[in-house]
Design a protein around this ligand. Structure first.
Ligand code: NDP
Ligand code: 8X3
Length: 254
């Protein structure tokens, strides 16, 4: 669009998986994209691929100073942030609750709950002041449907869903939008490697399935972001066709 000011998006967790795909997709939609994560080498590779409309930013969402510093950098360079994609997140382990490591629970909460909330708290006042902006959180089907071993990971994503809906309530009367995107099984990212710790177990998660891809999630993000300004997609849950609700389990004593 000749003469129009480019829209600016911050994508957290841009060094891999969904985040990298979302960054690519938003660039192709005309956005200027800041891609944040901890691994600078990965972000630099993306910068080399995507060019000058992509800015790599080292950010650890669990570190308040790192988030504040990153957002200050954005404020100094751009007139405003149009889209925040709160994507950085992780699952650690699939052990039942009584065998899980407290350190893993703490890290998931620090990243998926506190990190995401910190970003929201940082950007929201400016979005309200400008009366525009869109926060797109990446939740999960794990926040809607319990499963064995999902314990704290699923709980963090339930938090993300409810926070997203509650933000909508508080933002009534403004033009600021909030969406929670809730993907199910999705392959081709580092999610299962991070969760399970080795390639063999990670690969086994997807064997014989036709999972969602990171590009499917990027499509969903681009779609919600490009709806007319009057439209707010509250939640968007996606699953691969090969995944469905498998019913309640009944334990029978023999
Ligand atoms: P990946 O492991 O491929 O990517 C996760 C990204 O998060 C990486 O870029 C990583 O970057 C970043 N990240 C992790 N911790 C931090 C941190 N403390 N600060 C900043 N960035 C961080 O996973 P996916 O792309 O698959 O997952 C992305 C999101 O989607 C997550 O929130 C996940 O829970 C959710 N999700 C994933 C599904 C799936 O099946 N794959 C399904 C539903 C939801 P770095 O290590 O460089 O910091
Ligand atoms: C990731 C989807 O089913 O592995 O959030 O929890 S699942």
């Amino acid at each position: 669009m000749a003469g129009s000011v480019p829209r600016v998006a911050l994508v957290t967790g841009a060094s891999a998986g969904f985040g990298a795909a979302i960054a690519r997709r938003l660039l192709s939609e005309g956005y200027t994209v800041i891609g944040a994560a901890r691994r600078l080498d990965r972000l630099q590779e993306l910068h080399a691929e995507l060019g000058e409309r992509f800015s790599p930013m080292v950010m650890d969402v669990t570190d308040p100073a790192s988030v504040e510093q990153g957002y200050t950098w954005i404020r100094e360079r751009f007139s405003g942030l149009d889209v925040l994609v709160n994507n950085a997140g992780l699952a650690l382990g699939v052990a039942p609750a009584h065998e899980a490591k407290m350190a893993d629970w703490e890290r998931m909460i620090a990243t998926n709950v506190l990190g995401l909330t910190r970003l929201v708290h940082c950007v929201l006042p400016d979005m309200v002041k400008r009366n525009q902006g869109h926060i797109i959180n990446i939740g999960s089907t794990a926040g809607n449907h319990p499963y064995p071993g999902g314990n704290v990971y699923g709980a963090t994503k339930a938090f993300v869903r409810q926070l997203s809906l509650n933000l909508r309530a508080d933002l009534w009367g403004t033009r600021v939008r909030v969406t929670n995107i809730e993907p199910g099984l999705c392959g081709g990212t580092e999610f299962s490697l991070v969760r399970l710790g080795d390639q063999a177990h990670a690969k086994a998660v997807y064997e014989g399935t036709d999972p969602l891809t990171a590009d499917d999630i990027a499509d969903a993000v681009a779609w919600v972001a490009t709806r007319p300004a009057r439209v707010n997609i509250n939640t968007l849950e996606l699953m691969p066709v090969s995944q469905a609700f498998a019913g309640m389990k009944i334990h029978r004593e023999s």
